[in-house]
Every structure is written in structure tokens, then in C-alpha cells.
Design a protein around this ligand. Structure first.
Ligand SMILES: Nc1ncnc2c1ncn2[C@@H]1O[C@H](COP(=O)(O)OP(=O)(O)O)[C@@H](O)[C@H]1O
Ligand SMILES: [Mg+2]
Length: 367
């Protein structure tokens, strides 16, 4: 098994999650310490601005290069801290990093998915070989390039009763269906924390709606919700995936901006949950339970809305012993090992790629 550190910076732009994990890419051995290194407000703001201007942005743009360098240095700090924690726990030094980078544009229909981050710089700063660029090969082959964690969800869920649905609530939501027959189906459900974070920042200046306080004080607007639910994405069958900003126009057109801060937050929470209910209708059956991972599981308003929108029990992944703050980071450690071994990162059922698809690139790896 390889000792890896997986690194994930999701579309919420809240920070980098890092996790020490021992793996051969198929099974997971020991798991070690995890951490989230938050982004300082200036970096978060710059990354958010990059999303707005990414379309048509020159790859040599100095602002872009500056963001990528800053982001990479923050990742190197995370690796340094986590490697120290692993050493203190008697675990070995990492042999490989899984560096997802930051998605700033995702348009698979145009065969574009763009993650920024400088793998050579990360390798230099940490002196650990780096697996990176996990999504390009899938998208080039006609896949959605997302989601990629499902193969790892399936590995983790090997001993759990099935069928099972794993729901990751990041900036965007994504579901993994693991069938009793071993079937694996995955796709993005719809917006999750992303538009809610944007709304709360505009309304109150806070980075997110801590503990769902704002949403719990408001009421979902039925008119706005009705318009949003008519969005063609929800009815479209998988495979499908979303750019972080894909619903921004629809949200504006539905009249979200006319709502009070609390009602707007409540409406976005209800919408995120109803997107998951719409996703459930594309699944081959009803799962025994929904296991929820990602920062959204910390939002009681969202968890409550999910419980009323879905039939089976909705529980945080902690009930089966997983770590919902670190799961995606652990997944990129496992995926890094898969890159080294040339194993598929994606499957027809998870991204719509025509056949199981290896991918990723290696920086500094001497096999
Ligand atoms: N205590 C909390 N209350 C409400 N929302 C929370 C809380 N903690 C985290 N979140 C939400 O989770 C998001 C981060 O989730 P994360 O899984 O890191 O997403 P991503 O993978 O997109 O970065 C935050 O931006 C916020 O919206
Ligand atoms: Mg995050």
C-alpha cells in the first residue's frame, strides 16, 4: 500500500481539506489525520472572482497565475501540517500527494474542465511526488469529468447494507448510488451550498449560513421554488454534472433577489433538498439510507429539508464511521494511487465516459 495525502479544494472555496490515507487504490488501509486549512477572505474572494471571469480567460493571465500560486502554497502548508501530524501519530511520511486543484470552469459538453494549481510547485515545496489533473482524460473522452469520488465511496461501502445512496453536499451536490448488485451510478444533483453561500455573503457579509440560522428564520417562497424546479437540469437523466455557476441565471430569473435574507436562504435550502429528491427519481430504486457527507451536513436547515424531501432515513456519514469533513480528500488520496497503478478513475455509470477511464498525471513520480 502507498501512503498518500489527498487534497481537495471544492467549489465552496472555503479551504483545502487534506487527509492521510494508506491505500493501493482499491482498498483503504489505515487512515490517518485530517485537516481543513481555511482560505483567508482575500484568497476566497479572488477565487470567487476567478469563477466569474474564467470563461475566455487567458491561461497566462497574471491574476490567474497569482491565484494558482497562492492556492498551491496553501496546499503545501496543509501537506506540511498533516505530514507532521502523521509523523507524531507514528504514521509514515507520504509517498504521494493527490492534488485535485481548484475547479474554476466546468463545461463538459464543450469538453472543458479547468482545475488550477501548480503541481510542479507543490512537488518542489513538499518534495513529495504529485498526482494531479484527474478530470481531463475523462472529459476528453466524452465523460462529465465528475463526480470522481464514487469509486472510493463504493470501496468504503463494501461491507455496508445496500442499496445505499451517498450524498456529498459541497458547493454543488452529488449523489452516488451503490446497488445491491454492485451497480454504481453517480451524478450532480444540483446546487447545494454554493448559491446559499453567495446569498448569505451578499445579505449579511458572512461566508456561510452557520448552523442554518438565517434559513431557519425564513420561509421558502413557493413561487420562486416552483420556477426553479422547472429547470431542465432536474428532469434530465444522468450522466450529468454542473459548473458552480450553472444556476445563477435561473436564480435571478426566478426572482430570488426580491426575497428577504431569511426567505432567500430558506428558499435556497429547500431548493437544494428538492434537487436531491429530483435526483432520487433517476435512481434505479429506493436506497436503504442516505449517507450525507460534506459541509452541507453541518447545516441543520438543509438536513431537515432533506429528511422531509426524501423517504429513507437521512444520516451524516459519521453513523457508519466515515469522516464527512475529510471524505473527498481521502478520495483523492485513493485516486492518486489509482493514477500510479493506471486503474480507472471513472466508469460509464459515474461520468458517462464510454469505458472505464484511467487518468491523471504524475509530477516527480519515479515508478
Ligand atoms: N456549521 C455549518 N453550518 C452551515 N453550513 C456549513 C457549516 N459548516 C460548513 N457549512 C457549509 O459547507 C460548505 C463547505 O463544504 P465543503 O464540503 O467543504 O464543500 P466543497 O467541497 O464545495 O468545498 C461551506 O461553504 C458552508 O456552506
Ligand atoms: Mg471545501
Amino acid at each position: 500500500m502507498l501512503r498518500t495525502i489527498g487534497l481537495m479544494s471544492g467549489t465552496s472555496l472555503d479551504g483545502v481539506d487534506a487527509a492521510w490515507v494508506e491505500t493501493d487504490g482499491e482498498a483503504i488501509g489505515r487512515t490517518g489525520p485530517t485537516l481543513t486549512l481555511p482560505y483567508e477572505p482575500a484568497l476566497r474572494r479572488d477565487l470567487r472572482r476567478l469563477l466569474d471571469i474564467a470563461d475566455g480567460l487567458d491561461a497566462a493571465d497574471p491574476f490567474l497565475a497569482d491565484c494558482a500560486s497562492h492556492l498551491t502554497r496553501r496546499h503545501a502548508e496543509a501537506v506540511g501540517q498533516l505530514a507532521a501530524a502523521a509523523a507524531a501519530a507514528g504514521l509514515g511520511a507520504p509517498a504521494l500527494l493527490g492534488f485535485h486543484g481548484q475547479t474554476i470552469l466546468h463545461r463538459p459538453a464543450s469538453r472543458i474542465t479547468w482545475q488550477i494549481g501548480d503541481a510542479a510547485l507543490l512537488r518542489r515545496l513538499t518534495r513529495v511526488p504529485v498526482a494531479h489533473d484527474f478530470r481531463s482524460a475523462d472529459v476528453a473522452a466524452g465523460g462529465q469529468g465528475a463526480p470522481l469520488a464514487p469509486v472510493v465511496h463504493a470501496a468504503l461501502a463494501r461491507a455496508l447494507p445496500k442499496p445505499l445512496a451517498v450524498l456529498n453536499l459541497g458547493g454543488v451536490g452529488n449523489v452516488t448510488w451503490i446497488g445491491a448488485d454492485g451497480a454504481l451510478i453517480a451524478f450532480d444533483t444540483g446546487p447545494a451550498n454554493g448559491p446559499l453561500d453567495d446569498w448569505v455573503r451578499r445579505a449579511t457579509g458572512a461566508a456561510f449560513d452557520r448552523d442554518g440560522a438565517l434559513a431557519l428564520a425564513g420561509r421558502a417562497d413557493a413561487g420562486v421554488l416552483g420556477q426553479l424546479l422547472a429547470h431542465p437540469y432536474l428532469a434530465a437523466p444522468p450522466p450529468k454534472s454542473l459548473d458552480r455557476l450553472d444556476f445563477d441565471l435561473a436564480l435571478a430569473a426566478a426572482g430570488l433577489d426580491a426575497l428577504s435574507p431569511g426567505d432567500g436562504a430558506a428558499t435556497l435550502v429547500a431548493f437544494a433538498a428538492l434537487c436531491v429528491a429530483a435526483a432520487a427519481r433517476h435512481l434505479p430504486g429506493v436506497p436503504l439510507q442516505w449517507l450525507v457527507t460534506g459541509g452541507g451536513r453541518r447545516n441543520p436547515a438543509l438536513m431537515r429539508a432533506l429528511a422531509s424531501a426524501l423517504e429513507p432515513p437521512v444520516r451524516p456519514v459519521e453513523v457508519v464511521g466515515w469522516d464527512g469533513d475529510a471524505l473527498e480528500a481521502q478520495a483523492f488520496g485513493v485516486l492518486a494511487a489509482r493514477v500510479v497503478r493506471g486503474l480507472p478513475l471513472s466508469l460509464p455509470g459515474t461520468t458517462g465516459v464510454p469505458q472505464p477511464m484511467p487518468g491523471g498525471r504524475l509530477e516527480g513520480w519515479v515508478g
